[in-house]
Write a protein that binds this ligand. Structure first.
Ligand SMILES: Cc1ncc(COP(=O)(O)O)c(C=O)c1O
Length: 362
């Protein structure tokens, strides 16, 4: 059994993927070739925003977003310590200070009650993370942000395809950022990411930042980066996109099946009213997590821990001055979470093996 099965996915869509790749090899426009614009308009329509810009990774996309918002030294950006390092890394990369707030245990997303008290006169932006594939309450987040005139950048790296009250993840905040890392719900065959916005001026600025700070060759009004998405990777996503919604329904079906079977034995990822979950990870909590992982491994079931340490425990963030005990729910989560095999091609017998093994674990 695979934790994530990219080989089966490739075999299912092989003809379309191979054909798309072949066309790129034929036309040879590897950098910002026609597939990039085609993909960007398809993704903008899918998310329901005016602009989509593909970029080299979900980390570059977050950094470009913060730079486009002119965030830098002296500024504070609020996020959570229970996330992948990129979310807070980019805050330090632009010279600003990450301010952490804790998460709530049912969804692993930010604790809304802690958001407003954390906002100061130096706060420039919020980066809520739609962790594991479910969005926190963006109506509430956007209301608080508007009251304090701070920007919201959704880190939708894990939630591409998720919805909240009918709106797609990536399209509910000033800027949305996602990742196409191979294991993400919509993954390419390398690194990749995208930015989403309704704002024309921000889109132009982000487009310039993506290519060395300028839109015209040899003119560089801004300091930018080489953050372009590869044409070949765009071709892969164009071949996968027509199957994406069907894959999401399978993910949701498997997630619901796991939850119905496991709710009695451990906390399962609850889906909040108005949300759909894409289960980038299907993550349960168990106090004896490491023992459970060992038992599943002996039965041939792969698992993963996202994330075994919170960001305030990482030496890279020592300068922020946080200590163990500052974020008890995140700390508890980092010690108890375990992600189970989850992908759209997981067969019912394999789902049942996972369920039985978790239920029978000591
Ligand atoms: C929450 C979160 N943010 C940001 C990223 C960064 O994406 P990438 O790996 O494409 O740079 C990831 C994925 O790794 C992620 O899970």
């Amino acid at each position: 059994m695979d934790f994530i099965d990219l080989k089966t996915q490739y075999r299912r869509y092989q003809a379309a993927i191979d054909e798309r790749i072949r066309r790129v090899l034929e036309h040879g426009q590897y950098i910002l070739g026609p597939e990039i614009a085609e993909l960007e308009s398809a993704l903008a329509a899918y998310v329901g925003v005016r602009h989509c810009l593909t970029v080299a990774s979900g980390t570059d996309s977050l950094e470009i977003a913060l730079r486009a918002l002119d965030i830098g030294p002296g500024d504070e950006v609020i996020t959570v310590p229970f996330t992948w390092i990129s979310t807070a890394e980019v805050i330090r990369l632009v010279g600003a200070k990450p301010v952490f707030i804790d998460i709530e245990p049912a969804t692993f997303n930010l604790d809304l009650d802690q958001l407003e008290p954390a906002i100061t006169s130096r706060t420039k932006a919020l980066i809520p993370v739609s962790l594991f594939g479910q969005m926190p309450d963006y109506d509430a987040i956007n209301r608080i942000a508007a009251r304090h005139q701070v920007a919201v950048v959704e880190d939708a790296a894990q939630s591409f395809g998720a919805t909240q009250r009918g709106r797609r993840s990536g399209g509910v905040t000033r800027i949305g950022s996602t990742s196409f890392y191979p294991a993400k719900p919509l993954g390419c065959y390398g690194d990749g990411g995208a930015l989403f916005t309704h704002d024309d001026a921000l889109a132009d600025k982000m487009r310039a930042l993506r290519v060395h700070g300028g839109l015209k060759r040899h003119e560089h009004p801004l300091i930018g980066m080489n953050g372009r998405f590869d044409t070949l990777q765009a071709a892969v996503l164009l071949a996968k996109l027509p199957h994406f919604d069907a894959e999401l329904s399978e993910r949701r079906r498997i997630g619901a099946r796991y939850s119905d079977a496991l709710r009695a034995v451990c906390p399962v990822p609850e889906v909040m009213p108005g949300n759909t979950h894409v289960y980038a990870q299907y993550t349960i909590r168990m106090p004896r997590r490491d023992a459970l992982a060992e038992q599943l491994k002996t039965r041939g079931i792969p698992t993963a821990v996202y994330y075994p340490k919170c960001l305030h425990e990482q030496p890279a963030f020592a300068a922020c001055g946080y200590r163990w005990g500052d974020f008890p729910v995140s700390e508890m989560a980092s010690r108890e979470v375990l992600s189970l095999p989850m992908h759209p091609f997981l067969t019912e017998p394999d789902q049942d093996r996972v369920i039985t093994a978790v239920r029978e674990a000591q």
